[in-house]
Each structure stands twice: as C-alpha cells, then as structure tokens.
Design a binder for this molecule. Structure first.
Ligand SMILES: N[C@@H](CCC(=O)NCCCC(=O)O)C(=O)O
Length: 252
C-alpha cells in the first residue's frame, strides 16, 4: 500500500526588526493552523525578492499560505499616493509575494490568503486598496482595539454574507458567518478575474477567489487561523485548503 506523504505548504515570511537585526518570520498561529487545520507541513519562505529559484521551488511544494501582517502594502503597487513616513511597511514582503501570486495560480498551487495576504491577491490581480476603510463614507470601522486583550481583539466582530453559489459558501455551508475584524485597509477596486466570495454589511468585499484558477484559491479579510478548533467555519477553510494540497501531493 502506497504511503501518502503529507503535503508541504510554503508560508510567506514578513521582514521585521527583532532588536537591531532584521529577521524573516511568520506568526506561530499561521504555522499551527497549517499543521492542525490543513494537516500539512509548513515551511517558511523568506521575503526575498522574486526570483527564478523560488519559481523552481514551487514544483516541490503543495500549497502556499499568504499570512496577515500589520505592515500595509506600499500604495505605489496599486497606483495610490505615497504613504505617510510613519506608515508601517514591508517592501521586502511586497517584492516577494506580489509577483509570485500569478505564478502560484498559473502553476495550480493551492493558495490561501489571509488579511494582508487577501489584499495582496487583489493588488497582484490589478485591484486597488482603500487606504483607510473607516475614512470612506458609509464604511464601518473594521479595525481592532489594540488596548484589548488578544482574545478580545480576535473575537468575532461582524457578519459577512457568502456569495450565492460561491465556493466559500460551499466550504462553510452557511449564507452568513460571523468573523473577526483586524484591518484598517480593504479592497476598493476588485482585481481582474477575482470573484467576490463574501461581503460585509457595509459592502466591503471580505473574501475572494480567482475565477479561472484550476486549483483551490481562497482569500479572506478575516483571521481563520485564530483558534480554529473553536470556530467550525474557520476550520473548514483550512481543511478545504489542506484537501487541495493533499490532492496536489498525490499527483506529483
Ligand atoms: N495591514 C493591513 C492588513 C492587516 C493584517 O493583516 N493584520 C494582521 C495583524 C497581525 C496578524 O494577526 O498576523 C490592514 O491594516 O488592513
């Protein structure tokens, strides 16, 4: 009997200072969600500039996770005005992930995007970003309160309605789900070829997939990696991602 090996999932790193040195790091909650939710082996991919070496590496892996991150995407990537000088940015991560995303889709690598990762997918497909969602007329404030405990910050905050006959509705099996909300930015113009998969009550698109992708693609503005064993809809998203990664692992 053939032994089925576990799929390998690349987890993109942020480049951040830890003390006086820059480190390439990924949050533990994302790593654990890959292990416990997707049943896969996580490998952290440094935020190095896009290269043929990384593209070649894709043949050896079964999935890709674009994590959340406090740093905002630099606005020049979507034609926006320069960010204020105090803005937290991560140009290394921008230059690693944005050119890679279309390659992942083209090479049929299952792809899950979370929060910043969701916004990156939109930008990679030519979409734009609301710089401060809460300053847009009619939009709600989607930010967390940094004064609260982490459990309070990542607690469910508002509903999203899943798109009728959409892939996300098929995964979570619900027309509406409660999600957490920890972002100041959000999708403005939807990227070309992306399908809205869920929308908040103020009209903000909160989940997308890539219409013509041959493999699993899903990206969400919320954080399904947070305590996913306590949230069946969060877990089902990672399970669906893991199943797609297992399919790929079997076929290569
Ligand atoms: N900077 C963007 C994206 C927000 C985001 O990804 N937050 C993640 C926080 C840390 C984490 O849980 O990994 C925005 O503000 O919209």
């Amino acid at each position: 009997m053939a032994i089925q090996r576990k799929p390998v999932v690349l987890v993109c790193a942020d480049r951040k200072m830890a003390g006086v040195h820059p480190f390439h790091m990924a949050g533990e909650k994302y790593i654990k969600a890959v292990v416990e939710g997707a049943g896969a082996i996580p490998l952290i991919l440094p935020a190095l500039a896009h290269s043929q070496d990384v593209i070649d590496l894709l043949d050896q892996v079964d999935g890709f996770l674009l994590t959340g991150g406090y740093a905002n995407i630099e606005p020049h990537h979507y034609g926006g005005p320069a960010a204020p000088s105090e803005e937290i940015i991560d140009p290394a991560r921008d230059s690693a992930t944005l050119p890679l995303i279309p390659e992942l889709v083209k090479r049929k690598i299952p792809l899950l995007g979370i929060c910043r990762g969701f916004q990156e997918i939109n930008v990679a497909f030519g979409g734009s970003i609301h710089y401060r969602v809460h300053q847009v007329e009619g939009m709600a404030d989607h930010r967390e309160d940094g004064e609260l405990t982490l459990d309070q910050q990542y607690a469910v905050a508002h509903p999203v309605t899943t798109t009728e006959a959409g892939r996300l509705r098929g995964i979570v099996g619900q027309t509406s789900i409660m999600v957490n909300s920890l972002h100041g930015q959000g999708i403005d113009r939807l990227g070309e070829g992306l399908l809205p998969e869920a929308t908040a009550d103020d009209g903000l698109i909160e989940a997308v997939s890539v219409k013509d992708a041959e493999a699993f693609t899903m990206a969400v503005q919320w954080h399904p990696e947070w305590k996913l064993q306590q949230h069946p809809q969060y877990l089902s998203l990672f399970e669906a991602f893991g199943n797609a990664c297992r399919e790929r692992a079997k076929s290569r």
